[in-house]
Design a binder for this molecule. Structure first.
Ligand SMILES: Nc1ncnc2c1ncn2[C@@H]1O[C@H](COP(=O)(O)OP(=O)(O)OP(=O)(O)O)[C@@H](O)[C@H]1O
Ligand SMILES: [Mg+2]
Length: 317
C-alpha cells in the first residue's frame, strides 16, 4: 500500500436512503491528477448519489470519500476547497446576473473584491459569456446556463472538478462547447469526474470510463481499451463464387483464425481483432485460391458494448 494521495479516492462506498434498497453496494475508485474520467450508468444507478457524497451533500451509509487525502465527511471545508462542482439546481438563479451570482460565490470563498472582479472577467471569457455579464440568468438558453454553472464551478480555480451530467439537455453545438471546455480544463492539469448515461458522450470527452450498474462498478478502463474491446473481432467475407461447406470449414486452418461461420453467400471469420492478423488472413485466403470479393472488418460498437456490460449484471436488491 502506498500512502499517495489521489485527487479523488473512494473506498467501499455504500449508500442506502433510509430503509430503501441499496443504491451503492461498495464502490471504490481512484482518480489521478489531470485525468478526465467519465462516470457512466443508467438512470437511477447512483451517479448523482455518488457525486453528492463526494461533495458532502449527503452522508455515506458506509465507506470513505477523500479529496487529496482529506476525508470529505470529517473535514468538508478543508477537502472541498479543492473542488468545483456542477450539480443542477434548476431555476434558482433566474433573477441574478452572472456578475451578481459570481460575486456572491466569490464572497463565500472569501475572495477580495478586486480579485472577484478580475476573476469574473476571466471565467466568463473562458465559458464565452463575457457579453452577458449583466443579463438575467433566467433569459439564458440551456447551454448558456450550463456554461455559467461551469464558470461558477471553476471560479475559485479548483484542482478538481466534479460535474453531474454536464451535457444533459444540450443541443449538439452546446454539447461540443461543454466538451471542449471540459477537455481544456483537464488539459490544464485538473482532475475531472463527469457523470453521463451516454457512452458515446464520455468516450468523446474522457480518458477513462467507470461503469456503474446495480450498485457496483462493472468496468473501469481507458477509453482506448474500451474501444478496442468493443470491436467485434470479426471479418465478414463475401466470395465472387459460392463456396462449399468444406471450403468454408477449411478457412479454420489459416493461422490467426479462431472460428469461421457461413454467412449468407460468404463467411464470418473470428480473430483477435488486430489489423495485422486480419491482413495476414486475407493474404493466406488469396494464396489458397479463395475468390474473395469483399473483406470487411467488423467495426466497433460502443453502444452495443455498453449494453453487453450493463446487461450482464444480474444484481438483485
Ligand atoms: N433523496 C432520496 N431518497 C430516496 N431515494 C433516493 C434519493 N435520491 C435518490 N434516490 C434513489 O437512489 C437511486 C439512485 O439515484 P441517483 O439519482 O443517484 O441515480 P443517477 O444515476 O444519478 O440517475 P440519473 O441518470 O437519472 O440522474 C434511485 O433509485 C433513486 O430513486
Ligand atoms: Mg443523476
Amino acid at each position: 500500500m502506498t500512502s499517495r494521495n489521489y485527487p479523488i479516492e473512494i473506498k467501499g462506498l455504500v449508500k442506502r436512503y433510509g430503509k430503501g434498497p441499496m443504491v451503492l453496494r461498495g464502490i471504490s475508485m481512484k482518480i489521478d491528477k489531470g485525468e478526465i474520467v467519465g462516470y457512466l450508468g443508467p438512470n437511477g444507478s447512483g451517479k448523482t448519489t455518488t457525486i453528492k457524497m463526494l461533495t458532502n451533500l449527503i452522508k455515506p451509509t458506509a465507506g470513505t470519500v477523500k479529496i487529496k487525502g482529506i476525508d470529505v465527511q470529517k473535514y468538508p471545508k478543508k477537502a472541498l476547497k479543492h473542488v468545483g462542482a456542477l450539480i443542477e439546481v434548476p431555476g434558482v438563479y433566474d433573477y441574478l446576473s452572472p456578475r451578481e451570482l459570481l460575486t456572491y460565490f466569490g464572497r463565500v470563498y472569501g475572495m477580495r473584491k478586486k480579485d472577484i472582479e478580475d476573476r469574473i472577467v476571466e471565467v466568463l471569457k473562458e465559458v464565452k459569456l463575457s457579453r452577458s455579464v449583466d443579463d438575467k440568468v433566467g433569459s439564458f438558453s440551456t447551454g448558456m446556463q450550463r456554461r455559467l454553472m461551469i464558470a461558477k464551478a471553476i471560479f475559485h480555480d479548483p484542482e478538481i472538478l466534479i460535474l453531474d451530467e454536464p451535457v444533459i439537455g444540450l443541443d449538439p453545438k452546446g454539447i461540443k462547447e461543454v466538451r471542449d471546455l471540459v477537455r481544456k480544463l483537464g488539459s490544464e492539469g485538473r482532475s475531472v469526474l463527469m457523470s453521463s448515461h451516454l457512452l458515446s458522450e464520455v468516450s468523446d470527452t474522457c480518458d477513462r470510463v467507470i461503469f456503474l450498474n446495480n450498485g457496483r462498478i462493472v468496468e473501469d478502463d481507458t477509453v482506448a481499451n474500451i474501444v478496442d474491446k468493443a470491436s467485434f473481432r470479426r471479418i465478414d467475407v463475401s466470395f465472387a463464387k459460392l463456396q462449399s461447406d468444406r471450403a468454408i470449414l477449411d478457412i479454420n486452418s489459416i493461422t490467426g483464425v479462431d472460428r469461421t461461420e457461413r454467412n449468407n453467400g460468404g463467411a464470418s471469420i473470428y480473430y483477435d481483432g488486430k489489423p495485422v492478423t486480419g491482413g495476414s488472413i486475407l493474404r493466406e485466403m488469396m494464396k489458397a485460391g479463395y475468390p474473395v470479393y469483399s473483406f470487411t472488418p467488423g467495426s466497433g460498437g460502443l453502444e452495443q458494448y455498453y449494453i453487453s456490460i450493463m446487461g450482464d449484471e444480474k444484481g438483485v436488491s
